[in-house]
Design a protein around this ligand. Structure first.
Ligand code: ZN
Ligand code: ZN
Length: 363
């Protein structure tokens, strides 16, 4: 079986043969049909996030359940599923209060199965799986609790994107910030996540949706997804432009889809007094942003973070599938390029070059 493995930081992924053990109790084996190329994979490839290697990367995917181990009740062979990259034990404090994204009910490292062992080996040595799934792989064995069954009419590449960038962006608006109809919204960064913040704001009925990016082609995408105004941040001051579009006050909500020192400060500057700024994009773990506590107090600003858009995958993935199939959620234009697993490094090069909304590996 072939999988794309990260053996050391700052090198290409190697597509190699690995041995896979079948599912044990509580696990399922899934034939992967499509897997998106995301910046979070890149953070591991370039050493921003230090995790034990070798590791099969990939965490945004969909596929068909082939077989299940003992005690699995939520999926069965033949089910079409989207992978969730967060566990969902169903028993811990966070699962019990409906915030399963923060689930802390498992103690094993998050690149191993729940019993702390590997299902993948190469030359007798264990190979880790990103987020316990590792979807740049022809088949995945993983905890069944990380699989969400969906309607079978859903096309594969579009289903895959509901595993990461779509819920992260849509959920940031509709589950975390709960933007109300008519509100003004700023989105900084218009890649896969940012474009879904834009369309999440459109679906929430936001009145003014201002998108900022350094690249003109991404701003064009943003207009397609519902941005009412765009700012080229390589030429203009984002906060000043936003104030110009919001009666001089600033926006009610801002979303940073990138996660960096500069963009966090930019979005705090772009919201009005009493406004809310949300960190959505996943930064390198070493990134720091020097906010001004005085102005946070003086202007009663709120700064908060969201992981995975604060969605509940079992509830929200099927909702997003319904929204897509009824024509209200755009995912087709996000799938701007498709690759075979062998060409996966081209996918990362195109993502780094800002040439694509999202690249998807199809199997
Ligand atoms: Zn991702
Ligand atoms: Zn839990």
């Amino acid at each position: 079986m072939k999988a794309a493995v990260c053996f050391e930081p700052n090198s290409r992924l190697d597509v190699v043969d690995v041995e896979q053990e079948g599912p044990r109790g509580g696990e399922a084996r899934v034939k992967v049909k499509a897997a998106g190329v995301c910046h979070s994979d890149w953070h591991i490839m370039n050493g921003d996030w230090q995790v034990p290697l070798p590791m099969v990367l990939g965490h945004e995917a969909a596929g068909i359940v082939e077989n299940v181990g003992p005690g699995v009740a939520n999926v069965k062979p033949g089910d079409h599923v989207i992978f969730s990259f967060r566990p969902h034990c169903g028993r811990c404090f966070y699962c019990s209060i409906g915030r399963s994204i923060l689930c802390d009910g498992h103690t094993s490292p998050r690149w191993l199965m729940l019993d702390g062992t590997h299902r993948l080996t190469r030359g007798g040595k264990g190979v880790n799986q990103m987020a316990r799934i590792g979807t740049f792989s022809e088949w995945v064995v993983c905890p069944a609790e990380m699989l969400v069954p969906i309607r079978k009419e859903m096309p594969w590449p579009q289903a895959a994107l509901i595993g990461c960038c779509v819920p992260t962006g849509w959920g940031a608006v509709n589950r975390c910030a709960r933007v109300e109809a008519g509100a003004s919204v700023v989105v900084i960064g218009c890649g896969g996540v940012g474009l879904n913040v834009v369309q999440g704001a459109r679906l929430a009925g936001a009145g003014t949706i201002i998108a900022a990016d350094l690249l003109e082609n991404k701003l064009e995408f943003a207009r397609q997804f519902g941005a009412t105004h765009t700012i080229n941040a390589s030429q203009k001051n984002v906060a000043e432009e936003v104030r110009g579009l919001t009666a001089g006050r600033g926006a009610e909500y801002a979303f940073d889809a990138i996660g960096s020192e500069a963009t966090t400060l930019q979005m705090l500057d772009a919201i009005r007094p009493g406004g809310t700024a949300v960190v959505v994009g996943m930064a390198p773990t070493s990134a720091r942003s020097p906010i001004a506590p005085y102005f946070m107090a003086l202007h009663e600003k709120t700064l908060r973070g969201t992981l995975y858009g604060s969605v509940r995958p079992n509830v929200d993935f099927p909702i997003l599938v319904d929204l897509y199939l009824s024509g209200r959620l755009q995912i087709d234009p996000l799938v701007s390029r498709k690759y075979s697993l062998e060409d996966i490094n081209e996918g990362f090069a195109a993502m780094r070059g800002g040439q694509v909304a999202r690249g998807v590996v199809v199997f």
